[in-house]
Structure formats: C-alpha cells, structure tokens
Write a protein that binds this ligand. Structure first.
Ligand SMILES: *Cc1c(COP(=O)(O)O)cnc(C)c1O
Length: 394
C-alpha cells in the first residue's frame, strides 16, 4: 500500500487541487481491465469518461501509434500530412459533414463551433446576430466560451463576465427554445444525449423541431457529441438515430481513444472561418490524427457499432433487472453504451464500494451512476458488473 500512498501524497502536494481524485493509482490496462500499482484488477465501466472506446492495448491502434511516433509527431497546420487529411475525410464520411477543423479537446471544439456560428452571421452583414440558445443541465467544457453555454450555474458564476447573450431553455422544451428565437439569434447548442447532466436523451420531436426552427430562422444548429458521439450510442453519431443533421457537430473523447484530439465538423454552407480567423498549433498533428485513423480502422475491422448495439441492449436489460431488484434505483435511461441509473440518494457510497470491489463506475448530475464502458465490452463482463452492483446494493 505504501507505494500508492506515497504517490497520492506527492500528488496532493504538487497538483493543483482542482479535482477530488479517487485514492487509486492506475498503472496499466488490458482489454476492458485496469490494473493499479499494486496489481489489483478493475473492470472498466467508465472508459476514462467515454474516451477509451477500444479498451486498452488494441494492437491495430497501438502499432499505428508506434509507427507514427517513429515517423513524425508534429509539424503544425502550416503544412499537410497524410494522417491529417485521412482523418478529415474519415470524420466527414462518418458524420455526413463536409469540412473538419481539428482541436485538442472537446471544449476547444465547442469554442470553434461558437466562433464559426458568430462569423457566419457577421460575414452576411448581420452583426447583431450574436445570441446563443443553450440548454439547462448541459455540459460543454471549461473554457470561457464553452462554460458560458454550460447549463450549470456553479460552473459559470465564479468566472464571469463570460461571453454574453446566452439564454437557457429546458431540455426537450421546444416552446422554451422557440421563445428565445428572434432576429438576434445566432445559434442553438445542445447535446444529443446529455452526459454530465444525468444521461438525458433528446426527444424525436425536439430534434426535428429545433432543426425546423433553425431552418426557418437562419439559426445555426450545433450538436455537441463530444461524449455521445463516435459510436457510443450504436451509430457513429447520435443524431443519426433521428434522421436530423446539425449544421455543426463537435466531437472529442472517443475519437482518439485517449490521445488528446477533438474536432468540429460542419456543412459547407456554414464553413465561415477563413484564413486568419481561427487556428491551433497542435490541433490535428500527425500523431493524434494517426490515432483517429486507427480508431476508424478498428471500428470497421472489428464491427464496433454492431457490438455497441448488441452489448448496449444487453446492458439495458441487465440494468432493468437490477432496477427491479433494488428499490433504491428510481430510474434508468440512456442509449447504446451510454446509460445511467438514478438512485434515491447520493451515489458516492455505492461508487466507492464498487471501486473496492474492482468495478470502476462514475457519477453524473442528479444522483446518477453513469455506465460508459469501452465499446468492446462483452456480455460476460456486463454480467460481472451487474453481479458486483447487485451485491453492493443489497
Ligand atoms: C467532456 C465534454 C466536453 C469537454 O471536453 P474536454 O475535452 O474536457 O474539453 C464537452 N462537451 C461534452 C458533452 C462533454 O462530455
């Protein structure tokens, strides 16, 4: 125990205390299992917050990264590289969008999307079309622009003034969104499936209704699929379940399987950023885009979407079973391998007990336990997860 404690104590001394970390020091991963410094094994049902979509040590992925490290890891956006162009095409094919800008994180993807929406109207001469409609209990990241559209007051209030003119409507409340649409509206931004907010799914009527509102009023529809995108719900992007296309989609988390990479992708008619408007030194470097290409290759070769649909349904049934057995579970929601159960009290003690029992799960807003396993999870491992939780909830 002492080695882990030493590392934890040193961490508490030198790291900015911006996180309350769990007292585990992870060392390595294999498949859907994680190992701490003492060799204790944990079943992973959080995937580093929906990032490690292929699990750990996928050989196609790791060998692609090794190969790229030996060739070139960085060159800047002043030149082309083959991984960059390949990943841009791959993301367009997967999303149905026309153009891609690579970022280093999800927050930055949302910053870029907001800048592009503002520039779209500015370029048309509509300089006062700056208002943004966002959604309560949303999460879009921690940078100034992203936090300004995040529907959680405690994340925003200490950091003001933020970018202004943001209105918040309730999720799935089409009339609430419509109320804020006027000749100054620039964009609407929301998550197709809310993650941090507590695993809430957009209604069909809301998705289609917002799309129509945006079409009728020349408002940009931005979908944040940083968490729910890239296969997590059983389609490459969650909006593909609805037959609705956004004007801009933002992504990150799963797209690099752990390498820091994000992107925003757009349709041609909103591609308003031109040379001089926006930039990034690292964004889309050959190392991170080689990772994106490798993830897409594994999705294809190993039928990842098929597994998400199958395992997602299995996990859904398993969590329904668990809910039927335990009165403290009051709700169950989600899609694919992004699901949550709501407890009648704060989930902290259950999460702590799960960790002690070798199962990694995390919380989300409103007493929710979130399940975000690697997309390669199998039925046997879902059974194991349910067994551990069943025992703890007793
Ligand atoms: C995680 C997340 C972000 C922020 O991504 P970072 O890479 O942490 O900046 C934005 N939107 C959603 C929906 C997220 O889940």
């Amino acid at each position: 125990m002492s080695e882990m404690n030493d590392i934890i104590n040193e961490g508490e001394k030198y790291l900015l205390h911006a996180y309350n970390r769990f007292p585990i020091v992870f060392d390595r991963g294999e498949g859907v299992w994680l190992y701490d410094k003492e060799g204790k094994k944990y079943l992973d049902f959080f995937g580093g917050i929906a990032v490690s979509c292929l699990g750990y040590g996928n050989s196609t992925y790791t060998s692609a990264l090794h190969e790229q490290i030996d060739k070139l890891t960085h060159i800047s956006n002043l030149f082309y590289t083959e991984p960059l162009v390949g990943a841009a095409k791959g993301l367009c094919d997967a999303s149905g969008m026309d153009r891609v800008f690579f970022t280093n994180s999800g927050a930055e993807a949302n910053e870029g999307a907001i800048k592009m929406a503002r520039k779209y109207h500015y370029a048309k001469g509509n300089r006062d079309r700056t208002e943004i409609i966002a959604i309560e209990h949303s999460f879009h990241g921690r940078t100034m622009g992203a936090v300004a559209v995040t529907g959680n007051k405690s994340y925003r209030e200490p950091f003001g003034p933020l970018i202004g003119e943001v209105h918040f409507a309730a999720y799935n409340d089409l009339a609430g969104v419509e109320k804020y649409v006027n000749e100054k509206t620039c964009a609407v931004i929301f998550e197709t499936l809310q993650g941090e907010g507590g695993i809430y799914t957009a209604d069909d009527a809301f998705m289609k209704g917002v799309r129509k509102l945006c079409d009728d009023n020349d408002v940009i529809m931005i979908l944040d699929e940083v968490q729910c995108g890239f296969g997590r719900t059983g389609k490459m992007f969650a909006y593909q379940h609805y037959g609705v296309m956004p004007d801009i989609v933002t992504m990150a988390k799963g797209i690099g399987n752990g390498v820091p990479v994000g992107a925003f992708a757009c349709r041609e008619h909103v591609a308003a950023l031109v040379p001089g408007d926006h930039g990034t030194t690292y964004g889309g470097n050959p190392f991170v885009t080689a990772a994106v290409n490798a993830v897409l290759k594994v999705f294809d070769e190993e039928n990842i979407l098929e597994n998400v649909r199958k395992a997602g349904k299995y996990m859904y049934d398993k969590l329904e079973w668990l809910m039927a057995r335990h009165a403290c579970i009051t709700a169950h929601r989600g899609m694919g391998l992004m699901q949550g159960i709501e407890l009648s009290s704060a989930p902290g003690p259950v999460i702590k007990k799960a960790h002690e029992n070798g199962l990694i799960i995390i919380s989300a807003g409103g007493n929710v336990i979130r399940f975000l396993p690697p997309l390669v999870i199998t039925e046997t491992e879902i059974d194991r997860m349910a067994e551990i939780l069943d025992k703890i909830l007793d």
